[in-house]
Design a protein around this ligand. Structure first.
Ligand SMILES: Nc1ncnc2c1ncn2[C@@H]1O[C@H](COP(=O)(O)OP(=O)(O)OP(=O)(O)O)[C@@H](O)[C@H]1O
Ligand SMILES: [Mg+2]
Length: 390
C-alpha cells in the first residue's frame, strides 16, 4: 500500500490513529478534573504500565482533556539525570505567566512568582531565577528542605489559580525516575494541596514499580493516588486499532491476518503499531492477507531488534546482559529471583546490587517481593535471539 498514506504511528508518544481500550481511565480522569474545578477533594491517579503500552499518549490525552476544560497545563518528563526540579520550576514559571496574562501580575499570582523565585534561589537554579523579574518571597520555599519548599510552591500556585478562577494540571511522565527525596516532596505537596482543596491536580505515569516507590517515599501515598494499570489491548481492541485506520484509507484486512498480528504482538500497543505499519507498506492489495503478515516478519523483527530493543540492550553492562539472558531463559512473565540465580549458579545476595541497578535503569521491576519481570514486553525473546547461548 501507499507508504505516504500509511496510517499507523510506531513512535514514542505519537498519537495512534485509533486510540482504543482506554475509555474507563479517561472517564475517571474527566471526573477528577471536573471535581477539582468545583473545589471538591479528589484522589489523583498515577497510571502505570510496561514500556510501549501507551502511557505518554494517555498523559497527552489527559492534558488535552484538561485544556478543553480551561485548565492551564504544565507537562514535564522526568529523566535519569535528576534535573526534575529545574524542569518543574521552569514549567511553573510558564504556567504562572500564563495565569498573569489573564489579568495583571497581582495578588496571589504575584505572591506565587515570589515563592517560585525563592524556590529557584534556594535550590541554585541560577538561570531560571534571573529570568523571573520579581523579588523572592521571604520565608516561603527557602528552608532548603525540598518537601517543605515544593509544598509551598504548589500551594502558592494552587492559590493563584483559585484567585484567577481557573485550575492547573501538572502532568509528569516517567515518574519512576524521580529519586526518593523528589518523589516524597511531590507526594507531600499533593497531600497539602488536597487538604486545602486547591484547584491544582498532579497526574503522572510510570513503570510498574511506581506504586512501590511512592509507598516507600511516603506511606500515605496509596490514599492519595489510584494506580490504574495500563496494559496490552484485548483481542477486539487490537483488531479495532489495526482495522479502523486501514478502513479510513479504504483498505480492508482479513480476520486471519488480524488474528496473526494479535498473536505476535500480544496486543502491546507499540508492537501493534510497528507491525501494522510494516505490513501496510509490504502489502500490495486490499484486503491485506495473512501472507502479507508472514512476509513482513523478518523485516519487522530485524527492525525491532535494531531499534526498540537495541537501544535498551546497549545501555547494559556485560554482567547485566548476563543476568537478563538468564532471566530470558525462563521465558516471559514473572520469575523468582532464586530461579534466576540458580541458572547463573550464584547466591541470591551476590546479585542484589546488579538487580537493583537494572531496576533503576528501568529494565526490570519487582511485581512483588522476590519476583522479577521485564519492563519491556517480549524482551525475553529478544535476549534469546541476540545472545543465543547463556
Ligand atoms: N490505546 C492505544 N491504541 C493503539 N495504539 C496505541 C495506544 N496507546 C498507544 N499506542 C501506540 O503505542 C506506541 C507507544 O505509545 P507511548 O509512547 O505512549 O507508550 P509508553 O507507555 O509511553 O512507552 P514508554 O514506556 O517507552 O515511554 C505508540 O506508537 C502509540 O501510537
Ligand atoms: Mg512514554
Amino acid at each position: 500500500m501507499d507508504p505516504i498514506k500509511n496510517p499507523y504511528s510506531p513512535n514514542a508518544g505519537a498519537p495512534p490513529p485509533a486510540f482504543v481500550g482506554r475509555g474507563a481511565v479517561l472517564t475517571a480522569f474527566a471526573t477528577a478534573l471536573g471535581r477539582i474545578q468545583i473545589g471538591k477533594s479528589q484522589k489523583s491517579m498515577l497510571p502505570t504500565g510496561l514500556r510501549g503500552v501507551g502511557k505518554t499518549v494517555l498523559l497527552n490525552r489527559f492534558a488535552e482533556q484538561a485544556r478543553a476544560l480551561g485548565y492551564l497545563v504544565a507537562q514535564i518528563e522526568a529523566s535519569e539525570s535528576e534535573t526534575f526540579m529545574e524542569a518543574l520550576a521552569s514549567e511553573a514559571r510558564t504556567t504562572l505567566y500564563e495565569l498573569s496574562a489573564k489579568a495583571k501580575i497581582r495578588g496571589a499570582v504575584s505572591k506565587a512568582l515570589g515563592v517560585l523565585k525563592s524556590f529557584t534561589l534556594t535550590f541554585d537554579m541560577a538561570g531560571l531565577s534571573v529570568q523571573l523579574g520579581v523579588d523572592p518571597q521571604v520565608g516561603a520555599a527557602d528552608s532548603g528542605i525540598l518537601s517543605n519548599d515544593l509544598t509551598a510552591l504548589l500551594v502558592a500556585m494552587g492559590q493563584a489559580a483559585r484567585e484567577e478562577q481557573t485550575a492547573v494540571l501538572i502532568a509528569i511522565d516517567e515518574l519512576q525516575y524521580l529519586n526518593e527525596e523528589q518523589l516524597a516532596a511531590i507526594i507531600m505537596a499533593v497531600h497539602r494541596v488536597t487538604q486545602l482543596a486547591l484547584p491544582l491536580l498532579v497526574v503522572g505515569t510510570g513503570l510498574p514499580q511506581l506504586p512501590a516507590l511512592a509507598g516507600n517515599a511516603k506511606s500515605y501515598a496509596e490514599r492519595l493516588f489510584d494506580y490504574p494499570a495500563i496494559g496490552a489491548l484485548s483481542r477486539e481492541e487490537a483488531f479495532e486499532a489495526i482495522r479502523k485506520p486501514a478502513r479510513s484509507e479504504g483498505v480492508d484486512i482479513e480476520d486471519a491476518a488480524l488474528e496473526r498480528l494479535y498473536k505476535i504482538t500480544k496486543g502491546y500497543p507499540y508492537f501493534v503499531q510497528e507491525w501494522a505499519y510494516r505490513v501496510w507498506n509490504l502489502a500490495t492489495k486490499s484486503p491485506i492477507a495473512l501472507d502479507d503478515v508472514d512476509r513482513a516478519e523478518p523485516e519487522v523483527l530485524a527492525r525491532l531488534d535494531e531499534s526498540f530493543f537495541r537501544v535498551r540492550y546497549d545501555r547494559l553492562t556485560p554482567r547485566e546482559k548476563q543476568y537478563l539472558r538468564a532471566m530470558a531463559e525462563l521465558g516471559p512473565g514473572t520469575h523468582r529471583s532464586g530461579d534466576i540465580t540458580r541458572i547463573l549458579k550464584v547466591r541470591v545476595e551476590t546479585l542484589s546490587p546488579l538487580r537493583g541497578g537494572l531496576i533503576k535503569k528501568g529494565m526490570i521491576y519487582s511485581p512483588q517481593h522476590g519476583d522479577t519481570a521485564f519492563t519491556v514486553p517480549l524482551f525475553d525473546a529478544f535476549m534469546r535471539r541476540t545472545m543465543p547461548t547463556l
